[in-house]
Design a protein. Structure first.
Length: 276
């Protein structure tokens, strides 16, 4: 079967090909597809993924442990770490495997570096049965993204978040067009620039700041250059404006959620809230 296929083709595929497709998603575990094949046809991509995960979670304990063990642990998957952080993560992942008998699985596409380090540290002390359930949930996240990358069809499960912004000038009673802004990811190493945009006539950016993939959990900051925007709109006799660059720091904890940073500003004040 080709690397990218359709839901219709999977529903009509011989059992062996369907099992091979599942093995590609589930780290070689063809038996997941063999057992899910009987539930075909799947009406949507979401139903296909649910059927595969139902087969995986209903397996015998030894099979579930072998399935978990087939996935690489988080230390092999995490990117964007400093050498010191990577070494600390490797130590924690090794301690986790020694305690629980299987690798620590985290869908790294959904979490920033600091969130990954914190999650491994928190899960290290968890009871094995709870950690097995957590590993299966992470396999669900990992395989959902793999499935959407490989299969076309209706009814995709939610797998992408969105970060947007809107700037309103309540001094003039209109959207704030032409405001330069910058989005940063924050971690212990400092700030990492992700996007630089300028608001359009509606006070928004032409496209969301982040979209098309899960939002990585962690801390972020948007800098809004209100000073240059208001400089042309207030009395020229005011030599030094009250507001210049306004930083807004916020957290993301829902990788598939919509975060809308709404900024309401005048030359002398601003309000921020999470809109919709």
């Amino acid at each position: 079967m080709s690397a990218r296929t359709s839901l219709a083709a999977l529903n009509a595929a011989p059992p062996g090909l369907f099992a091979a497709f599942a093995a590609d998603l589930f780290a070689g575990a063809a038996w997941v597809g063999e057992r899910a094949a009987a539930a075909r046809p799947f009406a949507t991509l979401a139903a296909l993924h649910e059927g595969l995960m139902a087969a995986a979670t209903a397996a015998a304990p030894a099979e579930r442990r072998a399935l978990i063990g087939g996935f690489p642990d988080v230390a092999a998957e995490a990117a964007g770490l400093t050498d010191e952080e990577a070494a600390a993560l490797a130590r924690s992942a090794a301690a986790y495997r020694a305690r629980h008998g299987f690798p620590c699985l985290i869908c790294t596409a959904r979490h920033g570096p600091e969130a990954i380090l914190a999650a491994v540290a928190a899960r290290l002390a968890g009871p094995p049965e709870a950690e097995e359930a957590a590993a299966l949930r992470e396999i669900g996240h990992i395989t959902r993204l793999r499935l959407l990358d490989r299969v076309e069809g209706p009814g995709a499960p939610p797998a992408a978040g969105r970060l947007s912004t809107h700037v309103l000038d309540t001094h003039a009673g209109r959207p704030a067009a032409g405001v330069a802004l910058r989005l940063f990811a924050l971690d212990r190493a400092g700030r990492r620039l992700l996007e630089a945009r300028t608001t359009n006539p509606d006070g928004r950016t032409d496209a969301p700041l982040l979209h098309g993939a899960p939002l990585r959990t962690g801390r972020y900051e948007i800098e809004f250059d209100l000073g240059p925007y208001f400089r042309a709109r207030v009395d020229a006799g005011i030599a030094t404006l009250f507001l210049d660059t306004v930083p807004v720091r916020f957290g993301i904890d829902e990788p598939e959620g919509h975060y809308h940073v709404a900024l309401i500003a005048t030359p002398w004040s601003y309000t921020v809230y999470r809109g919709s």
